[in-house]
Design a binder for this molecule. Structure first.
Ligand SMILES: Cc1cc2nc3c(=O)[nH]c(=O)nc-3n(C[C@H](O)[C@H](O)[C@H](O)COP(=O)(O)O)c2cc1C
Ligand code: SF4
Length: 362
């Protein structure tokens, strides 16, 4: 049997196979951030499609951290009831599910977050055209507390764990990056300081939710930016996180400002699938916790080699599961062809993610 269909432990949790639905903002919540029937149906299909671990799209831990319209909220107890519908829908099947909790930082617009966007330092964002406001120390403390509170809501809603979003230039990622974090206090400067907020969130969630509730991080392995986060920094951060009790690391990269984000367009040859897997392999050499590899993985044979050769322990997919939520089941039943997704990126649809290619196909 393929290693991809063997279980794996993420901390205290057993995931039934090695496939992860990488966090994917679905634009399906209502305008206030409440879960809708469309959200629940989406997660139900992914679980029926046998994805081992399903990670939600980013849910904002503070109102100011809202990145885009129709995003799920996690900043208030009133969201727990709706979130619980997602966890219950997934748990009708063997799949597990984590809530991804996040704050957009400077990568949002005043019209989306209802405020002047915030950041570790006031560094202009040429993509959002926002000059963010620097967070005070009191606000950083509140941010940490709000991440911990959001994780508690995920646990109460019945999620199996949480993923802390520390990638793609969002707020925690911008603390890690020397390009966006120019602070001279204990929250900036050396990598230990830049990682302090993330580490305090992790230890706080562990203390509040208990060791039985797994916490994983989606980590930038590079910003692709002159003066930004490097792979060497990311490896050091991964080690610090593991020491602090982290249960797993999903290795991503990129920042909109660099002109190179995390969702690379265009079909790739089999040899080039897994565009962040080389970085995942480097991080895997440095830590003992499970590592999730991702980036344009489209074929079962490539996924199999990545895990069998020890470059990653789990395989994360986003767009192929928008195209076909049943892809993992089809792989298990013998599909050897590449996923049908052609990485055109037309699924970013503010009225709800959907594959724009589907109507064209029989
Ligand atoms: C529509 C869409 C929404 C996404 N939303 C998120 C998100 O909320 N959080 C996140 O960490 N990554 C997000 N991503 C990035 C994916 O998780 C993934 O890392 C990236 O698409 C590369 O994997 P893929 O080639 O399998 O699509 C999103 C990607 C897409 C296509
Ligand atoms: S629109 Fe469809 S084919 Fe294009 S990237 Fe999205 S899921 Fe893949």
């Amino acid at each position: 049997m393929s290693v991809l269909f063997t279980p794996i432990r993420i901390g205290p949790l057993t995931v039934p196979n090695r496939f992860v639905r990488s966090a994917t903002h679905d634009y399906m919540a209502d305008d206030e951030g409440y879960v809708t029937d469309a959200n629940v149906a989406l997660f139900s299909r992914l679980a029926e499609g046998e994805v081992g671990l399903i990670i939600t799209g980013h849910a904002n831990v503070q109102p100011s951290g809202k990145a885009s319209p129709r995003q799920m909220g996690a900043y208030d107890d009133r969201f727990v009831e709706g979130l619980a519908r997602i966890a219950a829908a997934v748990h009708r099947y063997a799949s597990k599910t984590f809530l991804q909790i996040a704050h957009a930082g400077r990568q949002t617009k005043p019209r989306d977050c209802g405020c002047v966007p915030v950041s570790p330092s006031a560094v202009y964002d040429p993509v959002t055209k926002v000059l963010p406001r620097e967070l005070s120390v009191e606000e950083i403390r509140a941010l940490i507390a709000d991440f911990i509170a959001a994780a508690g809501r995920a646990r109460r809603a019945g999620f199996d764990g949480v993923q802390l979003h520390a990638a793609h230039g969002y707020l925690i990622s911008s603390f890690l990056s020397p390009h966006t974090n120019r602070r001279r206090d204990e929250w900036g400067g050396p990598v230990e300081n830049r990682a302090r907020a993330l580490l305090e969130i992790l230890t706080g969630v562990k203390a509040a939710c208990g060791r039985g509730f797994p916490v994983v991080v989606k980590l930038n392995s590079t910003d692709f930016l002159e003066g930004g986060l490097t792979l060497d920094d990311a490896i050091r951060i991964a080690r610090m996180l593991e020491t602090a009790g982290l249960d797993g690391i999903e290795v991503s990269g990129g920042m909109a400002e660099a002109g190179r984000g995390s969702v690379w367009p265009g079909l790739r040859s089999e040899a080039d699938e897994g565009y962040f897997v080389a970085n995942a392999a480097r991080i895997k050499q440095a830590v003992g916790v499970p590592v999730f590899g991702l980036g344009g993985i489209r074929t079962l044979a490539v996924a199999e080699r990545i895990v069998a050769e020890g470059r990653a322990d789990l395989i994360s997919l986003s767009r192929p599961l928008i195209r076909d939520p049943f892809l993992v089941k089809h792989f298990r039943e013998g599909l050897t062809a590449a996923a049908a997704c052609i990485s055109c990126n037309k699924c970013f649809n503010p009225r709800g993610i959907r594959c724009a290619e589907l109507p064209k196909r029989p």
